[in-house]
Design a protein around this ligand. Structure first.
Ligand SMILES: NC(=O)c1ccc[n+]([C@@H]2O[C@H](COP(=O)([O-])OP(=O)(O)OC[C@H]3O[C@@H](n4cnc5c(N)ncnc54)[C@H](OP(=O)(O)O)[C@@H]3O)[C@@H](O)[C@H]2O)c1
Length: 317
């Protein structure tokens, strides 16, 4: 049972997801939050993580630390994506088990599901066929994290849970055009084109693929829901259960940003998977649903973008 003074360690508390979880826990009155940057505790080091657990004794752990990146980064640094993510999660999971942590929340991603799995993606499709090649290194690391938590549930009966978010967006997002995801990249492109006299904006692909997006504050809410409730199973998808075409998304962002120029679709560039939608019924049955509409979430994110335009995070590849 969680108390307001339960010691909660948020690994990756300066990242987009970790910082949203931190704010949400603070807002709910949790007083003993623990966070360490990668400069203080390198989660790749088993020794450093083990020492840190001995001195800080967390009771609950949220793993929002990872090496994340897009197709280019995954393609150029496959070993880093595979090994660093496994090191980070293995050290956190094993130190949590060894030190008697009561509850552990592991965050993965929808890329754990097979490339050709039926849509919407159900949890039971895990490991039923091959992965998408472009991010299989990252996906394999995340799958091993899910399985480690499942094994701990099975062998030790501890409440270790894996939450698989759909595409996330929101404050503290990555707006670096080299490495960002589609939604923040569009916000930046439309904003810059608006300030250059509404020049045309070129976007990749045909605009036909369908994608789902969840605001990071909804994600943080789902994490807290998982903390405060006992789950009967290990793996849960977290999303809105609704998708839209990339073209519809572009029009929405263009309207919110106030860009009045043309949108050019560069169909020589790849579209990626035609559709990627999470089945969120398992999480709904557990009692949680997303509440921030895409329109409201994009508005909030654009406001955050404008307020922070001079100090976006630098993303290392
Ligand atoms: N963003 C999305 O769309 C999305 C979608 C689905 C799932 N997720 C999942 O959510 C989780 C968090 O993602 P995010 O978007 O919040 O990533 P993020 O903004 O890049 O944050 C990652 C955090 O991990 C920490 N970290 C990385 N390597 C570390 C190390 N060796 N030692 C200590 N800390 C380390 C970083 O700490 P420092 O800042 O101190 O360096 C950073 O705060 C990931 O597991 C990801 O798979 C994200």
């Amino acid at each position: 049972m969680l108390r307001k003074d339960t010691k909660i360690y948020i690994a990756g508390h300066r990242g987009m997801v970790g910082s949203a979880v931190w704010r949400a826990l603070e807002n709910k009155g949790y007083t003993q939050l623990i966070g360490k940057g990668s400069g203080e505790v390198d989660l790749k080091s088993q020794q450093q993580v083990s020492d840190f657990f001995k001195t800080s004794s967390p009771e609950v752990v949220i793993d929002a630390a990872a090496r994340v990146g897009g197709i280019l980064a995954n393609n150029n640094y496959p070993y880093h994506f595979l090994m660093e993510n496994m090191q980070i999660q293995n050290n956190l999971i094993d130190s949590s088990l060894q030190s008697g942590v009561e509850k552990f929340i592991f965050l993965g991603s929808s890329c754990i599901y097979p490339k050709l799995a039926p849509q919407p993606l159900k949890e039971e499709y895990l490991l039923t066929s091959s992965l998408e090649e472009t991010n299989e290194w990252y996906a394999l690391a995340k799958i091993s994290g899910v399985k480690a938590c499942e094994a701990i549930r099975k062998q030790y009966g501890k409440d270790f849970i894996s939450l698989m978010p759909t595409n996330l967006y929101g404050s503290h997002d990555n707006f670096d055009l080299e490495t960002s995801h589609v939604l923040p990249a569009m916000i930046r492109k439309f904003h810059e084109a608006k300030s250059r006299n509404h020049e045309p904006v070129t976007l990749w692909g045909t605009g036909k693929p369908m994608r789902e997006f969840l605001h990071v504050n909804d994600m943080a809410d789902a994490v807290i829901f998982a903390l405060e409730n006992e789950f009967r199973d290990n793996l849960y998808n977290v999303g809105t259960g609704e998708d839209l075409t990339i073209k519809e998304l572009a029009r929405m962002i263009q309207r919110i940003v106030g860009h009045e120029g043309e949108i050019v679709w560069d169909s020589t560039k790849p579209d990626g998977t035609p559709r990627k939608l999470m089945d969120v019924s398992k999480m709904a049955d557990a009692g949680w649903k997303a509440s921030i509409s895409l329109e409201a979430g994009v508005r909030r994110t654009y406001e955050w973008f404008l307020e922070n335009i001079n100090h976006f995070k630098q993303v290392k590849l």
